[in-house]
Design a protein around this ligand. Structure first.
Ligand SMILES: [Zn+2]
Length: 464
């Protein structure tokens, strides 16, 4: 039996900020009280002048993911190590069903990718590409394995895109089994027409990735996704929402009382299409989907976070190295692997630009990066909480630590940062995962493979 005592800290949850000590026993929180005397704890952490937060939860990452003839540069070891250093103690990654195969095959494949490597606890969503004859029962089978959420694509025709009938059937199945459907909402068919026209006109530079994906194509798909969910009687979660146009659709639905939810990501909050105004092929660093938008969208997304029109900040971490992967699209922007790195910097960026600027309270910050993701995806209160019985996934956060983000010092296995030179105040000092100190002052102390697969519960927060 091992015990750790965290003393003198200021605890921050989604609801409250208060002084308390935390006693951890065998990986779980055993006691939370104003003052817990040290009888004989194996380890004492002095958190004076520090904030004590539930560990970050990033529900949108792509480690070791095949895309366009290459694979995302972080595997489950390098990616989750970087996540931990930045204060994230849980990820939910995506397994991808190959067409005409069982979802179980994909689950096995992704479990193998994580095995022996993953440094923090992880769950998996299942990307549905094919609902053939056994597809719907396959979904129930996945729910029994703790895959309590599915992702469907309204974009990427002939690769990942599914039609409205498939989306509607999948939503209908979740109305029975209590899983949550996550939608990549962009009108892929229309975008494809715009893209083909651009290529025919010789427009092959990276900037055309952004210019061929209008915000209306995102808004239309968000509207359609929500309408389909409403007809099916199921909640829906929009991933990586990037624009005011799309946000308006979510807000309108929520105002009508529909269980529609959405996440956005640091890149959409802090970068705009103007950041692609760089020489040569460098804009390829910002080629991901949806693309960066016009600057006027940014304050609208911050407002959305503040007023709960948006509920979650995730990263869509999907790194590809500039030198040898992004370059695949040197002569054709459609060949640039889509994705960017970010899993390490989410808490730093949202704390600095959200809490530090007064846009978000500390409690709202915790809600967005930890508690709501845990609730919506069936992990609460084991994760996302500082309650007796919760896993001791805890970040000792120094609100005054200064840090400059750079590819030269980050831990993600990728040769650039989207946030190069960004200066932040506030950083993780220590990170505990199930009671084990896995990060101390930026140094990873945990062991690869120590992370556990999380069996997530159906009928999570989206159903309440
Ligand atoms: Zn993604």
């Amino acid at each position: 039996m091992s015990t750790t005592l965290i003393q003198n800290g200021t605890l921050v949850t989604d609801r409250h900020t208060f002084h308390a000590d935390i006693l951890i026993e065998n990986g779980r929180i055993r006691d939370v009280a104003p003052s817990i005397p040290n009888t004989n704890a194996d380890r004492v952490i002095d958190a004076a002048h520090m904030l004590v937060l539930p560990g970050g939860i990033d529900v949108h990452t792509h480690m070791d993911m095949p895309f366009g003839g290459t694979t995302s540069a972080d595997d489950f070891e390098t990616g989750t190590r970087a996540a931990a250093i930045g204060g994230t103690t849980t990820i939910v990654d995506f397994a991808i069903q190959a067409k005409a195969t069982k979802m179980r095959d994909a689950l096995d494949t992704w479990w193998k990718k994580a095995e022996g490597k993953v440094c923090i606890d992880y769950g998996l969503h299942m990307i549905v590409t094919d609902l053939g004859t056994s597809g719907l029962e396959d979904m129930d089978d996945m729910v029994r394995e703790g895959v309590a959420s599915f992702k469907l694509f309204m974009a990427y025709p002939n690769v990942l895109m599914v039609d409205d009938a498939t989306i509607f059937k999948a939503l209908g199945q979740t109305a029975k089994n209590g899983a949550l459907i996550c939608m990549h909402a962009e009108n892929g068919s229309v975008i494809d027409v715009i893209v083909q026209k651009a290529l025919a006109e010789g427009k092959t530079a990276p900037i055309y990735h952004a210019l061929t994906r209008p915000t209306r194509a995102e808004a239309e798909a968000v509207h359609r996704a929500i309408a389909l969910a409403e007809m099916a009687g199921a909640p829906v979660y929009i991933v990586h929402l990037s624009s005011e146009d799309a946000l308006n659709q979510v807000r309108e639905a929520r105002d009508r009382g529909l269980p529609a939810f959405a996440e956005t990501c640091p890149q959409y909050l802090l970068l705009s299409i103007n950041d692609m105004d760089k020489p040569g092929f460098e804009p390829a660093k910002y080629v991901f989907t949806p693309p960066l938008r016009e600057p006027h969208n940014l304050p609208k997304l911050w407002d959305g976070l503040r007023h709960d029109h948006l509920q979650v900040v995730s990263t869509d971490h999907c790194p590809f190295c500039f030198a040898d992967q992004k370059i695949l699209g040197k002569d054709d922007f459609t060949k640039i692997p889509n994705g960017g790195p970010g899993v390490e910097n989410r808490l730093q960026l949202i704390h600095h630009h959200g809490v530090g600027t007064g846009r978000l309270s500390l409690n709202r910050f915790v809600e967005l990066v930890s508690t709501t993701p845990a609730r919506l995806f069936g992990m609460y209160p084991r994760k996302g909480a500082l309650e007796v019985g919760s896993d001791a996934d805890i970040v000792i956060w120094d609100p005054n630590a200064e840090h400059t983000i750079s590819a030269a010092t980050h831990h993600m296995r990728v040769d650039y940062s989207m946030f190069e030179g960004f200066h932040v105040r506030g950083n993780a000092r220590q990170v505990l995962s199930r009671g084990e100190v896995i990060v101390d002052q930026g140094k990873f102390l945990g062991k690869a493979g120590r992370g556990q697969y999380l069996r997530r519960a159906a009928r999570g927060g989206a159903w309440k």
